[in-house]
Design a protein around this ligand. Structure first.
Ligand SMILES: [Zn+2]
Length: 344
């Protein structure tokens, strides 16, 4: 009996050592055969050696042998589970980390504001027109009342492609193209990209979006211009936004006005406000009555028709309505910035 006990203890030690060395399924199978094989397994041989014992010794020996057999089987099963799913118990997964979130796509903030502006004008019965981004000198300047050496041309740092072709500096050429093709009444807006030779800084970009509008019909007055823009700005910002018109100059309108809104950041009360620089007002639109000379350039009789036009920068508008301090953020493609404006 003593010998059998010793043998079992030796076997238990050997088995523990062998288990620690198993690294894959094949080694595990070999170990299983070595101990449990019906023909020659270590345990099978111990069970056979029991036959030689005295009958009174057999029950105790049987218990010992069954115990070691259960131990070996349990250890081999545990090892098999571990090898099948190594990552579950390995150190490579940290279950305390938050899960991965997939983000919903959404329109870029500039396109989102552009769409809002379009929706407001569509509701007022305007059409949306489009035109080429590469223009001729005629459409970009001459037809809009800038003669070749007009000093107002200096206001735009133009990117010329050759002597006659250029990247449009404003979207106004689209209005000329529409008036050439279509007789009044005209009610249109023309949003699109424009280009200027600017070094990017917090308030300037070499490429940005503009939206301009044009209304031409019998009997259009400055009152129509004021009413339309007030209606638009209240719809874009809010019903109680403050609006003011200041006299200004553009070659293609007469009279002309700059349109300001009350500062959306400090609401007119902040002497140290960085957005309005303490003035309480933000310059948002340029507008005016279409100059009779522009009508003559496109064969519309200024004695019969009158009209108004206006224009605004979309990034600038987005800057004020989203309270963003630097225009360059819009085009740095930093997802941390852009995702702030995605609708969940
Ligand atoms: Zn302000």
């Amino acid at each position: 009996m003593e010998t059998l006990k010793d043998k079992i203890q030796v076997l238990r030690d050997q088995f523990a050592q062998a288990v620690a060395e198993v690294r894959d399924q094949q080694a595990l199978q070999e170990l299983r055969n070595l101990y449990l094989s019906r023909k020659n397994g270590h345990l099978t041989r111990l069970f056979e050696s029991m036959k030689a014992l005295d009958p009174e010794q057999k029950p105790a020996a049987g218990q010992e042998l069954n115990a070691i057999k259960r131990h070996v089987q349990a250890e081999l099963d545990r090892l098999e589970n571990k090898l099948r799913a190594p990552s579950r118990s390995g150190p490579d997964i940290d279950l305390t980390l938050p899960g991965r979130v997939s983000y919903w796509g959404s329109p870029h903030p500039v396109l989102h504001i552009k769409e809002r502006i379009e929706q407001i004008f569509l509701r007022m019965g305007f059409s949306i027109e489009d035109g080429p981004e590469m223009e001729t000198d005629f459409y970009n300047f001459e037809a809009l009342n800038f003669p070749p050496h007009h000093p107002a041309r200096d206001d735009w740092d133009t990117l010329y492609i050759d002597d006659d072709l250029l990247l449009r500096t404003h979207t106004s050429p689209v209005q000329i193209r529409v008036m050439e093709k279509r007789k009044p009444p005209i009610r249109m807006i023309n949003p699109g990209k424009v280009f200027r030779k600017e070094t990017p800084d917090p308030t300037h970009l070499p490429m940005f979006f503009q939206v301009e509008g044009l209304v031409v019909d019998h009997g259009i007055t400055f009152a129509h211009l004021k009413g339309t823009l007030e209606c638009f700005l209240k719809a874009l910002y809010h019903e109680r936004i403050k609006i003011r018109f200041r006299p200004s100059f553009f070659p293609f309108t007469e009279p002309s006005a700059e349109v300001d809104i009350g500062c959306t950041v400090c609401n007119g009360g902040g002497e140290e406000c960085r957005v309005c620089k303490g003035t309480g007002w933000l310059e948002i639109l340029g507008a005016g009555m279409v100059d009779p000379q522009v009508f003559k350039n496109v064969n519309i009789d200024p004695e019969e028709y009158s009209g108004f036009a206006f224009g605004m920068g979309i990034e600038r508008t987005a800057m004020f309505s989203l309270q963003i301090p630097d225009l360059r953020y819009f085009y740095e493609n930093d997802l941390r910035f852009i995702r702030q404006f995605s609708k969940k």
